[in-house]
Write a protein that binds this ligand. Structure first.
Ligand code: URA
Ligand code: CA
Length: 432
């Protein structure tokens, strides 16, 4: 088999066989096939696309390029949730204990990564003593006994994806649905769960800017998952404005606690229920999505979800009393209000720019070496569609520096007030 012939085949719009796709990914991972040939192939895929079969084969070839996590020692159907990334997305912190409270095993491997705020692990580390450096055996035992545990990223998962993504990044071939879908799904499949619920975000703060593009990506990922034997569903949700009110690490832990108590922001709660009901359904714990949603609401009402969160924190060395005593979470030195300059209705809160403002305060990492400040961040006091009077606070800045002029400027530049505006639709679509 020669790589040049496979590039020509895809260039001419033909379908690559399973063997050909395996040859390409194996050769590329080992270094036998050079970057320039793979970059040419990626461009051919960008223009000629891949069939559903090719996408599934590409995904599995990437999965098989490295180690995979074996969760078979954990009893029950393991359902994972994945978000394509947004601003102030507190759903994982809520969903993990919420679903575990219904005896569904949550075996979460999570990373730190870059972004507006830290990852799930960083957020949880805002709780004194909480740690994710546990052994694989301990992880499995915790999930079997308590239905919930989080462990830091381990093993060399999907090395082909790391190489391919870096190459696509510099060859203008990121924006191919076939390549994005197989990249994301390969990582979820390598992480070992039996079923996958996807939260595909759309809007200014998302990778997919329009609902149509997000829907196409969601269909592509659901099709790959189902074709390789992992039951998969997706929700397409709004990320034109940040989710909930909190953007920051300790602030989002507090928001998650409020939501588990049934007192969280409406949009965060609604999205958690939309994703959670798919998780419960895929875990075979309910016979319909409606029944699944009722079960979730019940464990919020009766306090079991909040109890599960305490149990989870204590199991991993954390101080569970923070749940009832929020004063124990890290606190910023300065609280600075950003008042509206006119009367009106909030019409726009540009999610990615507001996220960047939180990062400038220290809530997230700009580079891998950056230190995170767990206490800082932003609280949105108004969301799109809410009316506001001049002088009323739009945002509260939680900072550990007293000069935040740069952050205030970014907030004013990215929150627009108009005469009329409607709250955006939160759930654009469900893909099953
Ligand atoms: N995120 C990924 O993980 N992969 C892509 O290709 C694009 C976004
Ligand atoms: Ca939030």
């Amino acid at each position: 088999m020669r790589m040049v012939d496979l590039i020509a085949k895809k260039r001419d719009g033909k379908e690559l066989t399973t063997e050909e796709i395996n040859f390409i990914i194996e050769g590329y991972t080992k270094g036998d096939i050079p970057d320039y040939q793979v970059s040419s192939l990626a461009m051919a895929i960008y223009f000629k696309d891949m069939t559903a079969r090719e996408r599934a084969d590409l995904t599995m070839a990437i999965v098989n390029s490295g180690e995979t996590i074996d969760l078979s020692a954990i009893e029950g159907i393991k359902v994972d949730k994945h978000s394509t990334g947004g601003v102030g997305d507190t759903t994982t912190l809520v969903l993990a204990p919420l679903v575990a409270a219904l005896d569904i095993p949550v075996a979460k491997m999570s990373g730190r990564g870059l972004g507006h705020t830290g990852g799930t692990i960083d957020k949880l580390e805002a709780i004194e003593g909480f740690h994710v450096e546990i052994s694989k055996d301990e992880f499995v035992n915790l999930v079997n006994e308590h239905k919930i545990a989080v462990i830091g990223q381990t093993g060399n998962l999907t090395p082909a994806d790391k190489k391919l993504y870096a190459l696509r990044d510099v060859t203008a071939t990121v924006d191919s649905i076939a390549l994005i879908a197989s990249s994301i799904m390969s990582k979820k499949i390598a992480a070992g769960s039996d079923a996958i619920v996807l939260d595909v975000k759309t809007g200014a703060g998302a990778f997919m800017k329009t609902p149509e593009d997000a829907k196409e990506l969601a269909h592509a990922m659901v099709s790959i998952g189902n074709n390789v034997g992992r039951k998969t569903m997706a929700v397409i949700s709004d990320m034109s404005q940040p989710l909930g009110a909190a953007i920051g690490n300790a602030l989002e832990v507090q928001e998650a606690i409020d939501t588990l108590r049934g007192q969280g922001p409406k949009d965060l709660e609604d999205l958690c229920l939309a994703l959670g009901r798919q998780m419960v359904f895929l875990a075979n714990k309910a016979s319909s999505l409606e029944e699944a949603e009722e079960m979730l609401k019940e464990v919020i009402r009766n306090g079991k979800a909040l109890e599960k969160f305490k149990e989870f924190i204590a199991n991993q060395g954390g101080d569970a009393s923070v749940v009832d005593d929020p004063e124990k979470l890290p606190k910023a030195k300065f609280l600075i209000e950003v008042p509206a300059r006119e009367d009106g209705v909030v019409a726009e809160i540009v999610a990615d720019e507001i996220g960047t403002a939180a990062m400038l305060l220290g809530a997230g990492r700009a580079t891998k070496e950056s230190e995170i400040d767990l206490a800082v961040g932003l609280m949105l006091n108004k969301k799109i569609g809410e009316s506001v009077k001049a002088g009323e606070s739009l945002v509260t800045i939680h900072a550990n520096r007293d000069n935040v002029e740069d952050v205030i400027r970014m907030i004013y530049d990215n929150i627009r007030i108009a005469d009329h505006a409607e709250a955006p639709v939160l759930i654009h679509d469900i893909v099953t």
